[in-house]
Write a protein that binds this ligand. Structure first.
Ligand SMILES: *Cc1c(COP(=O)(O)O)cnc(C)c1O
Length: 377
């Protein structure tokens, strides 16, 4: 029996020729030839945002944290059920993370709790779109307007999905997308920063360009550039851009396959879910789902047994985040608002293999295995 891996490489068949091209000419490297080509594609998706390709979504979040000029005691609201980068960027800048519980349907921020979490120290809300499923951005926007705080989208998993027709990452004041190898479209390592709030365009460019006014120089506005503020080196490596370019060109195909997989999983597991063996990802999220497919077992013990059963049958499946508010550093630096849902979901959620190499037959084999597990075979 062939093993079914949880994830597989994104492919770039043109990478060798892209590399040869770059290697033939210093100016192509220096001129960020493929970074510019990637940006040209991205500009057709994100029409109204300033776009900066970065070395990671983590780096993009760090630029945002610098832009907000956070002080000790400032608070940033975010879900506890997220990757550490969501919190690290703001904690590194001196802020206190305020972790909020999630909503049972989307596994995104519970917005009723978000409003309860706001204090006079709140500077921003980070809306993390779990596996690319959109948060209720209208409600979050109106809360942010009401309290004059910034709205940041951690759309690290959100490439290819949208909210009311607007691509994720382009709706808040800022957004980040990840092109890490674990995401649906990949540069192997890379990220995107979307600056949607126009008042931060110039400053974000400074921080991105090592704290210089290089953007003005590149636009021909000034004769040379110099050091004007804080910053660092956040740019995407040109080799990563050369890899990403083909991924972006083929993005529709990749995303279509993933949407199909998602529907296949849902259809083939629905009967078992209806029997109460487990819960599936909410049906309204299935057809636009491009990042991951998950089920929610009835307990932690059951999730672990199922995971082991699949592993014994050569199918890799994984849980997701350890809640930040229960992790050893999160306990020290943050506070938590909510009940037990984050912990329960962290215990019982299981993600199934989801990538370009997963076929119809693989989905059938996996759902048959899951059926066998619950029917005690
Ligand atoms: C992957 C991920 C990140 C980090 O992205 P990198 O590009 O690896 O830095 C941040 N937040 C979330 C929610 C993620 O899934």
């Amino acid at each position: 029996m062939k093993p079914i891996k949880f994830n597989s490489n994104c492919k770039s068949n043109s990478y060798p020729s892209h590399f040869e091209l770059l290697n033939s000419d210093y100016e192509l490297f220096r001129g960020k030839y493929f970074t510019d080509k990637c940006l040209d594609v991205l500009k057709t998706i994100y029409l109204n945002s300033q776009l900066l390709l970065t070395h990671s979504a983590t780096g993009s979040l760090e630029i945002i944290a610098k832009l907000l000029k956070l002080q000790i005691g400032d608070e940033v609201i975010m879900p506890s059920f997220t990757f550490v980068s969501t919190a690290n960027a703001f904690v590194n800048a001196g802020a206190t993370p305020v972790f909020v519980d999630i909503d049972i349907n989307s596994l995104n921020l519970d917005i009723d709790l978000v409003e309860k979490a706001i204090t006079s120290n709140t500077k921003a809300i980070v809306a993390m779109h779990y596996v690319g499923h959109p948060c209720d951005m209208d409600r979050l926007k109106s809360i942010c307007n009401k309290y004059s705080i910034y709205l940041i989208e951690d759309a690290a998993m959100g490439f290819g999905t949208s909210y009311n027709g607007e691509p994720l990452g382009s709706i808040g004041d800022f957004g980040v997308i990840s092109f890490d190898i674990t995401k649906q479209i990949s540069a192997i390592q890379g990220g995107l920063l979307l600056v949607n709030n126009k008042s931060f365009v110039e400053k974000s460019n400074e921080i991105y360009h090592n704290g210089t006014n290089r953007m003005l120089y590149e636009n021909g506005d000034i004769p040379y550039y110099e050091w004007v503020g804080e910053g660092s080196k956040y740019q995407m490596n040109e080799l990563n851009s050369a890899f990403l370019y083909e991924q972006l060109m083929n993005a529709n195909e990749t995303l279509c396959h993933r949407r199909k997989l998602s529907v296949m999983y849902f259809d083939s597991l629905k009967d078992l879910a209806d029997k109460g063996y487990f819960n599936l990802m909410a049906q309204n999220l299935v057809s636009d789902n491009v990042h991951a497919f998950y089920l929610i077992a009835n307990s932690k013990a059951e999730r672990i047994s199922l995971q082991n059963y699949l592993k014994d049958n050569l199918v890799e499946a994984f849980f997701h985040y350890v809640p930040l508010h229960t992790s050893s550093f999160g306990i020290k630096v943050g506070r938590y608002i909510g009940a037990d849902l984050t912990v329960n979901i962290s215990d019982s959620l299981l993600r199934l293999p989801f990538h370009a190499g997963v076929t119809d037959n693989d989905v059938k084999r996996i759902s048959t295995l899951i059926g066998d597990f619950y029917n005690g075979e």
